[in-house]
Design a protein around this ligand. Structure first.
Ligand SMILES: C[S@@+](CC[C@H](N)C(=O)[O-])C[C@H]1O[C@@H](n2cnc3c(N)ncnc32)[C@H](O)[C@@H]1O
Length: 240
């Protein structure tokens, strides 16, 4: 598991996930789910570099910096967030703030089943009235992420687990809405191969070097120089 998390250093390192287009499009989607104002208090669990909430903070001119929690400390964490390298349960133990918005984006699968349900419950309890919890996870059906064979097998296995995770999350939340966030990715094959080499997605963490090199050969053969696909996330929204 530690390996898996360490590899995620490259998750949003100069990829479409850190592009202005992605962040703007995602934040437009998010602000439709929850209207925010200068006084809003927001929390991002598994924030990575914190670019998403950093951008929201500047756009809305939040008085209180958004809090972002992540076990990995990046050198280039967004300056507009209050970054905490702290265990989330420890954070909630001492935290006094109720939030307007808590987001868990592509992070819930890092928690085991027990911790997941504990996390969801504690998030619910730390929302203001009308506060919103947003959970996002990779689309589990017809996922379009460009893959080589072994990668696809690993991804599908993970997505099966995610689908169970989503169902049990919905069961805990009871009142929720489901939507999809769709981002049209256009990326050169070379750049995508670079991302594969950096093991940008967790299904690549346990693949050995040989498998990775073979897989990259496959990608070189199968895909055009410009790769187009939809990056689709399932979005679960819970309102307090
Ligand atoms: C796939 S990345 C998503 C990053 C960010 N939410 C985004 O969507 O751009 C998953 C993030 O979850 C973080 N993470 C893993 N385990 C975690 C935990 N126990 N508590 C908080 N964050 C965790 C990783 O370090 C990583 O930054």
């Amino acid at each position: 598991m530690k390996n898996k998390i360490r590899n995620l250093k490259n998750w949003d390192n100069k990829t479409w996930l850190s592009s202005l287009a992605y962040i703007n499009s995602f934040n437009t989607f998010l602000l439709k789910k929850k209207k925010l104002n200068q006084n809003s208090q927001i929390l991002d669990i598994g924030c990575g570099r914190g670019k998403i909430f950093g951008s929201i903070s500047r756009k809305i001119k939040l008085i209180n910096k958004p809090i972002g929690i992540d076990p990995i400390v990046h050198k280039d964490v967004d300056k507009s967030i209050d970054f905490r390298n702290e265990d989330i349960f420890k954070f909630f133990k001492t935290n006094q703030i109720k939030f307007d918005l808590i987001m868990i984006k592509q992070t819930l699968h890092f928690f085991n089943k027990d911790k997941r349900s504990k996390l969801i419950k504690v998030c619910k309890n730390n929302l203001k009235k009308n506060g919103v919890l947003i959970i996002l996870s990779l689309n589990t059906l017809n996922n379009e992420i460009p893959c080589f064979k072994v990668m696809k097998q690993k991804l599908n296995k993970g997505l099966k687990r995610d689908s169970i995770m989503i169902k049990s999350t919905c069961k805990i939340l009871k009142n929720y809405n489901i939507d999809k966030f769709i981002f049209k990715v256009s990326i050169t094959k070379n750049k995508y191969i670079q991302m594969l080499r950096q093991r940008y997605i967790s299904c690549l963490s346990n693949i050995n070097k040989n498998q990775l090199n073979k897989g990259i050969k496959e990608i070189k053969e199968i895909y055009p120089n410009k790769i187009l696909f939809n990056d689709i996330l399932i979005c679960i929204k819970y309102k307090n």
